[in-house]
Design a binder for this molecule. Structure first.
Ligand SMILES: *[C@@H]1O[C@H](CO)[C@@H](O)[C@H](O)[C@H]1NC(C)=O
Ligand SMILES: *[C@@H]1O[C@H](CO)[C@@H](O)[C@H](O)[C@H]1NC(C)=O
Ligand SMILES: *[C@@H]1O[C@H](CO)[C@@H](O)[C@H](O)[C@H]1NC(C)=O
Ligand SMILES: *[C@@H]1O[C@H](CO)[C@@H](O)[C@H](O)[C@H]1NC(C)=O
Ligand SMILES: CC(=O)N[C@H]1CO[C@H](CO)[C@@H](O)[C@@H]1O
Length: 302
């Protein structure tokens, strides 16, 4: 099974769309020891999300999928799930973990380090977590400074991703910066160049587990937010947020640059790129997006 786990870890630049559903027949190379692959796609320009489907036929879901991620997390697109209803078993890492710059993100490699969660009776293992600046999902219409994605896999190649918004610490607020995030990003300067890797100091994942268990998750079925945009991904977006000190956020931002895919249509709606390609197809009257565009137009006129 390990042979198809690694590419998802790497944000899956070369994974086939089938991967998320039936990994049994994939034949993907395991990450070579000590090598950090650099992504062939980006978040803007000619290799950016408007053109991902043209980069590789395997990325077709990016342009025609109707359950794509990220989305605007507004009431009606998700169901709520209590953190207490989930079983998480995150393990602290006194030895730290590898921290890589893939060009498209910075990623902490967790494969084989023993963190897991049970979702719908399936035991998923944590493969990696990485970061987006700004957030990819919108929190009820609003972008957040950053978003962490914890990518889990079940051995039948099911993918589940926990999204956790990261805000900038407010001196007026009681919430202290996350020790785990401050530790990770204290070494981000060592991997400023794509293709580089370093080792973090000891990581306290149980701190994050405790925070997630005390909150709730907004659940929906979506996709990978990077090529090949495979669907069938169980998304769990936490309502509890982590915070970073302003100085650490600025260090993280200077390495991440901009790496968020644009917000996709609500689950089940036509892919925005298909709507663009067929201007005769107006957004459905009853589309929440269309309704909100109408509201906005009215506001502009006023
Ligand atoms: C928690 O699980 C129980 C039992 O499965 C279920 O009845 C309840 O709706 C769940 N609550 C939430 C908030 O998910
Ligand atoms: C998942 O399975 C592993 C191996 O059996 C076990 O150690 C771990 O506790 C399980 N995870 C959860 C959240 O129950
Ligand atoms: C979401 O945003 C709408 C409109 O901006 C607001 O009325 C509503 O209270 C918000 N919902 C939550 C849960 O914050
Ligand atoms: C719009 O509403 C109609 C009638 O309720 C329904 O059949 C149709 O599926 C809806 N379309 C979308 C895109 O939600
Ligand atoms: C999808 C979306 O953005 N829906 C919002 C449209 O606007 C109404 C009212 O302004 C909100 O309640 C919806 O959540």
């Amino acid at each position: 099974m390990a042979s198809f786990v690694a590419p998802i870890l790497l944000l899956a630049a070369s994974v086939t769309p089938a991967l998320a559903f039936c990994g049994a027949h994939t034949h993907l190379d395991k990450r070579a020891e000590g090598e950090v692959p650099i992504s062939t796609f980006s978040a803007s320009g000619p290799t950016g999300p408007l053109l991902w489907a043209q980069l590789d036929p395997a990325n077709s879901a990016c342009a025609d999928g109707t359950r794509q991620s990220p989305i605007d997390m507004v009431p009606g697109v998700f169901t709520m799930m209590s953190g207490r209803n989930m079983t998480m078993a995150f393990t602290d890492l006194p030895e730290g973990a590898e921290f890589e710059n893939l060009g498209s993100t910075v990623e902490v490699v967790m494969e084989g380090l023993g963190s897991s969660m049970v979702l719908d009776g399936l035991n998923y293992t944590l493969q990696q977590f990485h970061f987006h600046h700004p957030s990819e999902h919108l929190d009820n219409g609003t972008t957040m400074p950053m978003e962490m994605h914890l990518v889990f896999m079940h051995e039948e190649a099911e993918v589940a991703v926990m999204g956790v918004y990261i805000d900038i610490a407010d001196p007026e607020s009681e919430q202290a910066p996350s020790t785990m995030l401050e530790t990770i990003f204290s070494s981000v300067g060592e991997i400023a160049e794509p293709g580089t890797v370093t080792k973090t100091q000891a990581l306290a994942l149980t701190e994050v587990q405790g925070m997630l268990e005390s909150g709730t998750f907004q659940r929906y079925s979506g996709s990978l937010t990077t090529p090949p945009c495979s669907e069938g991904v169980s998304w769990l977006v936490a309502t509890q947020k982590l915070v970073l000190s302003r100085a650490t956020f600025q260090n993280a931002r200077s390495v991440l640059g901009f790496n968020a895919r644009y917000v996709q249509g609500a689950p089940g709606e036509r892919n925005l790129l298909q709507m663009f390609a067929s201007p005769e197809i107006a957004p459905a009257e009853n589309s929440t997006v269309a309704q909100n565009q109408t509201t906005l137009r009215r506001r502009w006129r006023a």
